[in-house]
Design a binder for this molecule. Structure first.
Ligand SMILES: [Zn+2]
Length: 350
């Protein structure tokens, strides 16, 4: 079968590889659509980061050359002999986080905190291929009215939904989102679906801010042009209730913290590449909550239901659909070079 396999930074090859065979507790899926994620882009630009380079991933022994792709939808093709919940022909999506069966966090249901952290398409072969094999606990059925294109966006939408759930956002709250990439824009959509009164978005790219406006942001700010905390306080009177950092740099962190109302909550959804300087006294005096999150847990069913209801039009974020053969030029390189791209999907059958 054909697969897009990572060999090293800037070296992804679309080539023939063996069709995987499911073990007793695994499900083999015929992949339909797979989204390109920011973390795939990191592996392409300067990996290996999450791909196990030096030593194998302990939960499955995977190491080295890896078929990328963790945001995908597909059809069940075959199941291992212990799998009773799924059968051939069912339409599904995959929640790609590995769960260590021996971790106390898996036992407590906080499986995204189980170590070592691993994802399909990074610590195992993923969805930029005709077939993929995953653990049965990762699989979720999708309703017939959900398209496979929408299915491929359930995973990043789950990140956005989990971030807002963890923020404790309430009906009528104001939300500032920094970073208008796929996760930031999905956060705008989820915040509105959850009943935010006004969503503010900041980004350096005008085309991405335009997209944020299109999907319902009340105000957009370019930090090159406006003082964001001043602007947010001018509009709200005292600051934003919730700040979601989907950019993950010192400037976005500072602007967000200073835009919050006293007693407000910041959630760090982005994975920061560098350390930040943080004024802990200011946090105390203003009773701010600063919370980190990794991935999501126990939220795929809700996100699937919300997309299926039509109140989370995630398909609006798709800017291009390409074939597997085009994944380097029209996928990774396009995302690096073109600020107008948001979510690029690979149609595996194209
Ligand atoms: Zn992702």
């Amino acid at each position: 079968m054909k697969a897009a396999r990572w060999y090293a930074a800037k070296d992804i090859r679309v080539e023939q590889t063996d069709i995987p065979v499911p073990k007793d507790n695994q499900v083999k899926i015929a992949v339909q659509f797979t989204g390109i994620c920011g973390s795939d882009l990191h592996e392409y630009n300067h990996g290996p980061q999450l791909i196990p380079g030096d030593k194998p991933y302990p939960l499955n022994g995977h190491q080295g050359t890896t078929t990328l792709g963790h945001e995908f939808s597909g059809v069940v093709d075959e199941v291992g002999k212990n799998v009773k919940k799924f059968k051939k022909g069912e339409r599904v999506v995959v929640e790609p986080i590995f769960r260590n069966p021996e971790s106390p966090f898996t036992a407590s249901g906080e499986y995204n905190l189980s170590e070592p952290l691993g994802f399909v398409g990074l610590t195992s072969n993923g969805g930029f291929a005709k077939y993929v094999v995953v653990e049965d606990y990762m699989v979720h059925k999708i309703p017939d009215n959900m398209s496979f294109e929408q299915g491929a966006i359930v995973e990043p939408a789950a990140v956005a939904a989990y971030g807002l759930q963890q923020s404790g956002m309430k009906l009528g709250d104001t939300v500032l989102v920094s970073g208008a990439g796929p996760i930031g824009l999905l956060t705008v959509q989820v915040a509105l679906a959850m009943g935010a009164s006004r969503v503010f978005v900041s980004d350096l790219s005008e085309s991405r801010l335009k997209k944020a406006k299109e999907i319902g942001a009340a105000y957009t700010f370019n930090p090159k042009e406006v003082n964001i905390p001043e602007k947010v306080k001018e509009i709200t009177g005292y600051g934003a209730d919730i700040f979601i950092d989907a950019a993950g740099v010192q400037a976005s962190f500072d602007a967000g913290i200073h835009s919050l109302r006293n007693g407000g909550t910041a959630v760090l959804v982005a994975l920061f590449a560098k350390e930040v300087v943080h004024d802990a006294l200011n946090q105390s005096l203003r009773e701010l909550t600063v919370k980190g999150i990794i991935g999501y847990r126990n939220i795929f069913p809700q996100v699937i239901a919300l997309i299926s209801s039509g109140r989370l039009p995630v398909e609006k974020l798709v800017t291009n659909v390409i074939s597997l053969d085009e994944i380097v030029d029209k996928g990774f390189e396009a995302l690096i070079k073109s600020p107008t791209e948001v979510k690029i999907l690979v149609d595996i059958n194209k």
